[in-house]
Each structure stands twice: as C-alpha cells, then as structure tokens.
Ligand binder design. Structure first.
Ligand SMILES: [Zn+2]
Length: 64
C-alpha cells in the first residue's frame, strides 16, 4: 500500500519508467538504441572521411 518508487528514470527509447540502475526497459529498446548509436557513428565517420578528402583535394589541387 505504501509502496512507492522513490527513484526511477525513463527508458531512453520509449519513455517507460524503469529502475535507476537500468538504461532501457527491454532488450528491444536496447537494440534500437544500439542501432541509433551505430548509425550516428557511421555518419560521423562519413563526415570525417569527406573532410579528409576535401583537405587532400585542397592540398594537391591547389599545390599543383
Ligand atoms: Zn523502452
């Protein structure tokens, strides 16, 4: 009756209430998060790659 969740947070994916020591409510949300992080990382790598190509183009294109 007097049971009360003093501390809790919400799942980063679906917003469900979960214990503080948990990050996601289920493996499904964990997977979704993983896929999102992977996608973000990939985008960052692509951006870095583009910047690298751009620098190479400037160095070799402008120098010659
Ligand atoms: Zn969730």
């Amino acid at each position: 009756m007097t049971e009360k969740i003093l501390q809790h947070k919400h799942c980063s994916i679906c917003g469900k209430a979960i214990p503080v020591d948990e990050t996601f409510c289920s493996d499904e949300c964990k997977e979704k998060w993983g896929a999102m992080v992977k996608k973000r990382k990939m985008m960052m790598y692509i951006m870095y790659g583009m910047i690298a190509v751009f620098i190479v183009l400037i160095l070799f294109g402008g120098g010659l």
